[in-house]
Design a binder for this molecule. Structure first.
Ligand code: FUB
Ligand code: ZN
Length: 657
């Protein structure tokens, strides 16, 4: 087992973010999204679909302890999707992270109250899933494939670990340790147990996270079992379906059990297939397991799957999952911009996977994807006031099509207040609230910086305590200043600064002097004794870049997209009028970049020379081919993540050349 090069991300506690781009997002999560979601989970949002989530827990608690009275009538039944429990788990996770960077006694009290109710619902044997507690425990573990017990379990593990890390309180953690024991009594390799695994992955990475807290080998063992058992013959899901007379919703699809990434053993999977969120959650768990165990075959599978996604199935925005059918991956180079699914959760899952790949081997290629998802396909999921959300993130929007074309019914042109299936909003909250854990990582003697944002971080490296402070206006500006402090009189170690894949030229100065650094796997490496006050200045050239896609991507042929730094841009109707598909890009030389502090909470806009096809007679559909008549039309691009914040309208990322 080769675990020599593995690095570990910082804990949320080690990096305090103070950044002109990200702090407002984090504050929005803290002040708006977390309170709003608490109301949503308690069915207090007028005109939005009720969640039933907390009501289910109260009902389950009353059924478990008849002496309790939460005021839920007994005959009311379970409400919402089978995985409704996961929403409160994600909320607890996000709220816990926020306590780390902003202590809030009232929120902590709400958390404690929610955790009390959740623990009241727990069964004597540790079981904790309200769907089965309310609908009949005799049916539990009879449909691991579709009923999400292990998915909710996984989300609760994440919540419990986060709550413990943030507050030091063990109540939820202990409850989940008991639930993990309960699951291990029912599922595992031993005879008499179910040889099953999650139908919707997440428990794999969550158990490994739990293992990080408990150091209890049984937690790692269960995670490895879930990974290794997946797709083995006889196929558990097939047996389970027959034994329990379950449905198999994908029997008529080309995906079959690959919808669940269970059609073959995970080490034999070379393409990302099936349901996109499930897939990337699995791969993230595989990467964690590969890092901890040094399992080379597993790591190879992760690398192949990552390369397939990043090289053949990922949108320029970092969104994934091309197809609304099964919310799934489709086939290589199939990247339709309008019928795309691009679920917010899937981009978040890809960020989880990318971050974990960085932790096995820091490579800029992994962090590039992490950065791409964060600045584009993830934050596009939330309105700038933090009150509305996208589930689907299109790269092209036409209001009439969304309204009248059934193939586009999933593509909303305005963010929604809440969803019956509300997986994305709390997922956004938890990733943004935990951003501190994504910025740097550490292996034995090397410190890496993957993301550039204003922060103060501390770690122990080279046997010394080290703190570093980063100041920057990234992504709007390319300058990054990093100052080392508190190096206890000098610490010798290597420091790797990521050189993003989008960057064509940069300069690096150490204490005001130009310095040359060897670039290794996309990181500029500086190995030296670092002293208090040492200052690095990294300046990336950040020109506007026209990007084209592989000729195999049919939808983007003859088109280009604009990027500046990690930010992908788009045209919106609000700036450019209707019929964006009639616009063409002019010459790059005639472009200008302006930061507009009052627009869309402060964004850098790009003005680019363009053309518009002249009007065409309304009732003429065809004519003999002729040269188009074009008129000059300046184009105004805004960052993609900020689209749909000025009322409904058209939008496009890819523009005719
Ligand atoms: O199945 C649970 C979540 O709901 C999935 O991750 C999302 O894709 C949505 O289907
Ligand atoms: Zn989602």
């Amino acid at each position: 087992m080769d675990t020599s090069n593995q690095s570990t991300p910082f804990s949320i506690r080690d990096t305090a973010i103070n950044d002109s781009f990200w702090s407002p997002f984090m504050e929005r999560i803290r002040t708006k999204v977390i309170p709003y979601q608490w109301d949503a989970l308690n069915d207090r949002i007028p005109d939005a679909e009720p969640s039933y989530c907390m009501r289910n827990f109260k009902l389950a608690a009353e059924l478990t302890h008849p002496e309790l009275d939460y005021g839920v009538p007994g005959d009311i039944g379970y409400g919402g999707t089978v995985f409704q429990d996961s929403d409160i788990a994600k909320w607890i996770e996000a709220a816990s992270y926020s306590l780390v960077w902003h202590p809030d006694p009232e929120l902590e009290k709400n958390l404690d109250g929610a955790i009390d109710i959740i623990c009241d619902a727990q069964q004597k044997d540790g079981y904790l899933d309200t769907y089965y507690i309310i609908n009949g425990l005799d049916r539990r573990f009879t449909n691991l494939k579709d009923n999400h017990e292990l998915y909710c379990f996984g989300h609760f593990l994440e919540a419990a670990a986060a709550h413990y890390e943030a507050t030091g309180k063990r109540k939820l953690l202990d409850a989940l340790i008991r639930y993990a024991e309960c699951i291990s009594r029912h599922i595992g390799p031993e005879e008499g147990k179910l040889h099953g695994y999650p139908g919707h992955e997440i428990a794999e990475m969550a158990l490994i996270r739990l293992y990080g807290v408990t150091k209890d080998e049984r937690h790692l063992k269960l995670a490895r079992y879930f990974i290794d058992q997946r797709g083995q013959r006889p196929l558990y899901f097939e047996e389970e379906t027959q034994r329990n007379n379950n449905d198999f919703p994908w029997k008529d699809s080309y995906m079959q059990y690959q919808y669940y990434q269970a059609g073959k053993p995970v080490r034999d999977q070379h393409r990302a297939e099936g349901h996109a969120v499930r897939a990337v959650y699995l791969y993230a768990g595989m990467a964690d397991a590969a890092r901890l165990t040094g399992d080379k075959k597993l790591r190879d599978a992760c690398e192949t799957l990552f390369a397939n996604i990043a090289g053949k199935q990922m949108y320029i925005t970092g969104s994934i999952g091309q197809s609304a059918y099964g919310e799934s991956f489709s086939y290589d180079y199939d990247l339709p911009n309008d019928t795309v699914y691009g679920e917010t959760c899937a981009a978040i899952g890809l960020a989880f996977f990318a971050r974990r790949m960085c932790s096995i081997t820091p490579r800029s290629a992994y962090a590039d994807v992490l950065e791409k998802t964060l600045y584009n396909g993830i934050i596009s999921g939330m309105s700038l006031d933090g009150r509305a959300f996208f589930y689907v993130n299109p790269l092209e929007a036409l209001p009439e099509a969304s309204l009248k074309d059934p193939r586009m019914r999933h593509v909303k042109i305005e963010r929604q207040k809440w969803f019956a299936c509300a997986c994305c909003p709390p997922n956004l909250a938890r990733i943004i609230a935990s951003l501190g854990a994504y910025v740097h990582s550490l292996n034995v003697d090397t410190l890496y910086t993957h993301l550039y944002l204003g922060n103060e971080a501390k770690c122990t490296v080279g046997g010394k305590e080290v703190s570093l402070k980063t100041e920057t206006r990234y992504p709007w500006e390319g300058r990054i200043d990093i100052t080392f402090t508190a190096t206890s009189g000098g610490a010798f170690f290597a420091y790797g600064l990521r050189i993003p894949g989008w960057c064509r030229s940069y300069t690096l100065e150490l204490n005001g002097e130009k310095t040359a650094a060897v670039v290794q796997d996309g990181y500029a490496m500086l190995k030296r004794e670092w002293r208090d006050g040492d200052r690095l200045t990294l300046v990336f050239d950040m020109p506007v870049t026209l990007v084209e896609s592989s000729p195999h991507v049919r939808e983007n042929r003859g088109k280009a997209a604009l990027m500046r730094g990690p930010v992908v841009y788009c045209l919106e109707e609000a700036d450019n009028g209707k019929e964006l598909y009639r616009l063409r890009l002019g010459t790059p030389a005639a472009c200008s970049v302006t930061y507009e502090k009052d627009l869309l909470e402060g964004v850098t806009v790009i003005s680019f020379a363009g053309k518009r096809e002249k009007d065409w007679p309304k009732d003429e559909l065809y004519r003999p081919l002729d040269d188009p008549v074009l008129e000059d039309r300046p184009l105004r691009f805004i960052p993609y993540y900020a689209w749909a914040n000025r009322g409904p309208g058209e939008m496009t990322v890819w523009v005719n050349r």
